[in-house]
Design a protein around this ligand. Structure first.
Ligand code: ADP
Ligand code: MG
Length: 260
């Protein structure tokens, strides 16, 4: 692959499937043969834990790398998925966020410190916290393609428009290559009239290309993190495995954004 890609999964709401999407898209791309770096920027560290990495044996985390105290190469961890590595999070990220909340400069640290490592991987995937603060901004400044997982019901629409505006502002002020490349409907209830209605409203508002195939509500997706497994290890034949693989293929086939 020639152009390394940088995907950011973000939505200021919690519980919409950001982490599930980050982990399983990253794993799907690794299974396809790409080298993938998953960067966990959420102090809750759910992506890190979902991959079976425990807080107790970390040498460092994303905040050590952002502040230039450690090299990314010394902090990242292999996972049991071949070609998938994680730059882990820990609770210390919330101290980092609080301490540098008002620093404009800090928004550029992740990009600066990860540039070389991102160039060494086919894909870098950022999981973000449910906020629009420093850690999310840092990921949007470092990334190139924003994807917004959103729960497939009408009430979710407002939060989505907010995040599209945030991406637009970040693009204008800090990162001209950034764009929203996909909305990923999650917790999709196949057969419910409102689910299909919401898909068509999304397509009307944002354009059919931006609305990616939905991820159905699926119990296996809720069970997998507890066992420290991706959906592909947990249950390869589940709807969740099929849906995430399908979205990963779509993202791969879209290719990198056209150069400015
Ligand atoms: N499609 C789905 N079907 C069923 N459960 C899901 C689905 N997607 C995510 N979950 C579960 O819902 C919860 C919230 O998902 P998560 O990815 O952690 O959201 P976020 O990172 O946005 O807070 C988790 O327990 C997760 O396992
Ligand atoms: Mg999360």
């Amino acid at each position: 692959m020639s152009v390394p890609r940088r995907l950011v999964f973000t939505n200021r709401k919690g519980g919409v499937g950001k982490t599930t999407t980050s982990v399983n898209i990253a794993a799907a791309l690794a299974h396809m043969g790409f080298s993938v770096l998953l960067v966990d920027t959420d102090p809750q560290a759910h992506a890190t834990m979902s991959l079976g990495i425990s807080q107790s044996d970390l040498s460092g985390d994303v905040s050590d790398v952002a502040q230039g105290r450690m090299h990314a190469a010394d902090v990242l961890r292999r996972t049991y998925v071949p070609r998938l590595k994680v730059l882990p999070s820990s609770r210390r990220l919330s101290d980092f966020e609080r301490r540098y909340a008002n620093s404009l400069e800090a928004r550029f640290w992740l990009r600066k410190q990860l540039e070389a490592e991102m160039d060494r991987h086919d894909y870098t995937v950022f999981d973000t916290p449910p906020t629009t603060q420093l850690l999310t901004l840092g990921a949007l400044v470092a990334g190139a393609e924003a994807y917004v997982p959103m729960q497939a019901h009408f009430l979710a629409m407002e939060g989505m428009i907010e995040i599209i505006e945030l991406v637009e502002q970040t693009r204008r002020h800090y990162n001209p290559i950034l764009s929203v490349r996909g909305i990923i409907p999650t917790f999709y209830d196949q057969g419910a009239a409102f689910s299909e209605q919401m898909m068509s409203e999304l397509r009307d508002r944002l354009g059919a290309d931006v609305v990616l195939p939905p991820i159905r509500q699926n119990r296996a997706l809720a069970e997998a993190p507890g066992s420290g497994h991706t959906i592909f290890q947990h249950n390869l034949r589940s709807d969740g495995a099929l849906d995430y693989y399908r979205v990963a293929v779509r993202i791969r086939d879209m290719g990198p954004p056209a150069a400015e």
